[in-house]
Design a protein around this ligand. Structure first.
Ligand code: MG
Length: 161
């Protein structure tokens, strides 16, 4: 059985006047901040897509959904994730599992983890137990710690039956 692993990373700025969407869920930030970006700026799903593309050396999401293209303005990242899964499947690959972590000081993500996993799994055609979503603060260190942004990292393991 052929196996491939990929990793992904993304960070978006926290700004006033934008929604905070993580794992397809709209959350409330205690300071009213949201993530800036051309699409819905779902940093978790962006890192995940790059992990999937990376596993097959297909480039990164900027290649498929360039921020210069007005078509992707405000795009629902879960819809983009479905398209990335299409690229994976049409090449004959399947997902063993994916794992992700979100680095954010606030809000508390724990109450939303299960709904994020369910939403991501549904769009990927997976079971929730194939989708890891974890959250950590940055102990007030660095950009995430100062709430200048939220970042995410992801890995994906693929197999070819
Ligand atoms: Mg991004």
């Amino acid at each position: 059985m052929d196996l491939r692993v990929g990793n992904g990373y993304d960070i978006h700025r926290l700004v006033p006047g934008r929604p905070l969407i993580l794992g397809g869920q709209t959350l409330e930030h205690p300071a009213g901040l949201g993530l800036d970006g051309h699409s819905d700026a779902d940093v978790l799903v962006h890192a995940l897509m790059d992990a999937l593309l990376g596993a097959l050396s297909l480039g990164d999401i900027g290649k498929y959904f360039p921020p210069t293209d007005p078509k992707w303005k405000g795009a629902d990242s879960l819809v983009l994730l479905e398209q990335v899964m299409g690229l994976v499947r049409e090449r004959g690959w399947r997902v063993v599992n994916v794992d992700t972590v979100v680095i954010a000081e606030r809000p508390k993500l724990k109450p939303h983890i299960e709904s994020m996993r369910a939403a991501i799994a549904a769009r990927m055609g997976l079971e929730p137990d194939q989708v890891g979503v974890k959250a950590t603060t940055n102990e007030k260190l660095g950009a995430e710690g100062r709430e200048e942004g939220i970042s995410s990292q992801a890995v994906a393991l693929l197999y070819k039956p």
